[in-house]
Design a protein around this ligand. Structure first.
Ligand code: ADP
Ligand code: MG
Length: 687
């Protein structure tokens, strides 16, 4: 139902609401308050200043003086003193509200509710609203919703519209779909009750109950969906028994490095999976630089030697090209007679056609590419293994899409996103887990320094010294959106350092707006050391490997999340040489300083991620794209760990009785789970 059918919502308000993604009455009901105004019992002035300094407080008092009015150049100020029953006085001020004057007669008795602040050593109640005793008594104890707003849209308008929607159109509410025994086991309020009370809780208890129910259902549906994927996988017979090949062992023994213990263990687990009776479905989690790629290569080799095909999907074309080339050169060097092909969306139709043909005829043993590798047109002869690199860039949606590709290949996903374990279990609950918890030997920790722009010249000098030693450097400039201005700035930057600090060297420029072949050319030149300084946007964030690069300088470092900084930093320190990371920021707030300190001190991606979570809150950290979770409206990733455990337990119990949610009592739930991934199209259907 269109939002404009509500009284008081015209075209203009509807347009404003659409900015909050609210188009229908149902969307409006789904717009939960971001906070609440709580109307507490009034307190005495003394208690207010002792315990609630700088909070919003309510104080019952009488006006004790004639109101004063004065003007500053910018505003008219009313000021008076009120006195409570204990005889304590408090100054109150109002800005630009001269009309209040008539209500502020000495002796007038109100509840004053406003912001308490300390000004020049004494307390002031700022802009208090005034309520008669009776009016306040009505409000007291209630929580008034505060909605996410946009300029021009008032909280009152939204609250009124929501109220109307809830009262008049109960059709926009859902039917209860969590089975009654789960609701009673976990003490969950009914869905419709919860939706109503999340908007207008009549008490704190009401609010807590409602939020718990709504958060539970958000997690619950997701967990069910993920569990179901896992069920499906573990019951899938392994149609591709892939035994270890002696040629792969030989290849390992001839590598210029020895696998770390963690790599060895992971490789054993993979071999066991692939030769076992059930299909492999495994996540490899390892910090940047832990050596995930070689593991992927080994799995692809065994697959190809067994007479099957393997595909490896990576999130960017730069990375696809790089992985392709490094696999090709490895195979060449070790004389591995396998055919590797590259497939990317940006290739010409004719190029793609040629590759599709190689895939179809099995001329290609291994296909490396962007998500083109799993799209319809790529028809494999015998696809037995699909690897997804840098998994965190793909959503659950693509994971399920992958699961549907081919008959039913083995699945290996690799991720450098360090997320707390509980979350990993929820998000990747459908996968077995291998952890690459150590970096290869001989890696020196990357020395990290945070500096302000004033020291930029010194940083350049430092980089010059590295260049003199034959090393290379990255300089990353943020582009939040690749808008033209921003892009201009990056280009300008590159030009400036080419003509200035690094005039003796070749400076390259890499950004998202370049055509694929242009990107390739730049990346290739950097890898071949024809370019010594690469000025770039975050296109390099993921997976790029140029071991000779030893400096990562990041401009406007405050604009990045810590985990992203860690990923960027991981682009250096990939060889034996000492590497450096220089964070440049002119933001000298405490929060920023704290973040830069964390970067300088911590090396472990997991620790950094946790610190990042604490500092930024999960909203930013877990952007939808990063983890594939549907957006959470009521639930909170960090605060609701316990609830996550409960939902997992509940899901497990439920699926034990009814693994595919076929029982009549579970139909509502089944539909909701389906709906969760409905936007993914046919491939997303997982039940
Ligand atoms: P990531 O886990 O970030 O994908 P890569 O697989 O790209 O890391 O590996 C980073 C670098 O470490 C590569 O240059 C790779 O050749 C090298 N490497 C991988 N394993 C080892 C090892 N066991 N010993 C030494 N170097 C290794
Ligand atoms: Mg990698």
């Amino acid at each position: 139902m269109n939002i404009q059918q509500l009284k008081g919502i015209g075209e203009k308000t509807a347009a404003l609401l659409s900015r909050l993604s609210v188009y229908t009455v149902k969307d409006l009901v789904g717009l939960y308050p971001r906070a609440y105004d709580v109307y507490e019992k009034p307190v005495f002035v003394q208690e207010a200043v002792e315990e609630h300094a700088s909070e919003i407080v309510s104080i019952e008092a009488v006006v004790a003086r004639n109101v004063e009015q004065y003007s500053t150049p910018r505003m008219k100020v009313l000021s008076t003193v009120v006195r409570d029953e204990q005889g304590t006085s408090l100054k109150c001020t109002w800005f630009n509200m001269p009309f209040l004057r008539s209500s502020l007669k000495p002796g007038a008795h109100y509840v004053f509710r406003g912001q308490l602040a300390k000004k020049k050593g004494s307390f002031v109640l700022e802009q208090p609203q005034m309520y008669t005793m009776a009016a306040y008594a009505q409000l007291q104890g209630s929580m008034q919703p505060i909605y996410p707003l946009t300029k021009g849209l008032s909280n009152k308008t939204v609250a009124k519209a929501v109220k109307q929607a809830l009262e008049k159109y109960d059709t926009c509410l859902e039917k209860e779909y969590i089975p009654v025994d789960i609701r009673s086991a976990y003490q969950l309020a009914e869905h419709n009750f919860a939706v109503q009370r999340i908007h207008f809780p009549q008490s704190q208890e009401d609010y807590l109950q409602s939020r718990k129910r709504l958060a539970f259902e958000e997690f619950f549906l997701f967990v069910l969906a993920v569990r179901n994927m896992k069920e499906k996988n573990t019951h899938r017979l392994n149609e591709y028994r892939i035994l270890n090949d002696a040629r792969t062992d030989k290849f390992i023994s001839e590598l210029e490095f020895e696998l770390t213990d963690a790599q060895k263990k992971t490789w054993e687990e993979i071999k066991e999976n692939m030769s076992g009776s059930a299909l492999m479905s495994r996540l490899i989690q390892g910090d940047v630089g832990s050596g995930k790629t070689i593991i992927a290569v080994l799995a692809l080799m065994n697959t190809a030697f067994a007479g099957y095909q393997g595909a490896m999907m990576v999130p960017t074309e730069v990375l696809a090209k790089q992985q392709y080339e490094s696999i090709c050169s490895m195979f060449e060097k070790h004389q591995i007679p396998l055919k590797v092909v590259l497939l990317m969306g940006s290739m010409t139709a004719a190029q793609k056609r040629a590759v599709y043909e190689q895939i179809r005829t099995h001329e290609a043993d291994i296909v490396v590419g962007t998500h083109a590798v799993i799209q319809e047109k790529a028809v494999y002869d015998k696809l037995a293994l699909v690897i997804t690199d840098e998994q965190h860039r793909f959503g659950v949606e693509q994971r399920s899409q992958l699961a549907e590709k081919g008959t039913c290949p083995h699945k290996l996903v690799m991720s450098a996103t360090p997320i707390p374990r509980t979350l990993a279990l929820m998000i990747y609950g459908d996968l077995d887990l291998s952890i690459l918890g150590e970096l290869p030997n001989g890696r020196k920790p990357i020395e990290t320094y945070a500096v302000t722009g004033k020291l930029r010249e010194r940083a350049y000098n430092f980089i010059q010294k590295q260049l003199e030693q034959g090393r290379q450097a990255y300089i990353v400039c943020p582009t939040i959106e690749e808008g033209d201005n921003n892009l201009q700035a990056v280009k300008q930057y590159a030009k400036q350092v080419q003509e200035g600090a690094f005039s003796a060297y070749s400076v390259g420029l890499l950004h998202g707006k370049l055509k694929a072949n242009e990107k390739d050319a730049v990346m290739q030149a950097f890898r071949d050391n024809e370019i010594q300084v690469l000025v770039c946007t975050t296109v390099v964030e993921v997976g790029v490997d140029v071991p000779n690069a030893t400096v990562m300088m990041i401009e406007d470092a405050e604009r990045f999340g810590l985990s992203q900084l860690h990923q960027l930093r991981g682009r250096v320190g990939r060889g034996d040489a000492q590497s450096y990371c220089i964070l440049v920021t002119d933001h000298v707030t405490d929060a920023c300083r704290q973040r830069m300190q964390i970067m300088s001190r911590m090396r472990d991606g997991f620790q950094i991620a946790e610190a990042d979570l604490k500092l930024r809150g999960p909203g930013d950290f877990f952007g939808e794209r990063q983890h594939g979770l549907p957006p959470l409206k009521a639930a909170d990733m960090m605060k609701d760990m316990e609830l996550i455990r409960e939902t997992e337990q509940a899901a497990e119990q439920l699926l034990q009785d009814d693994p595919t949610l076929q029982q009549p009592g579970n139909q509502g739930l089944r539909l909701e789970v389906l709906r969760l991934f409905a936007k993914t199209g046919e491939n997303g259907v997982i039940l």
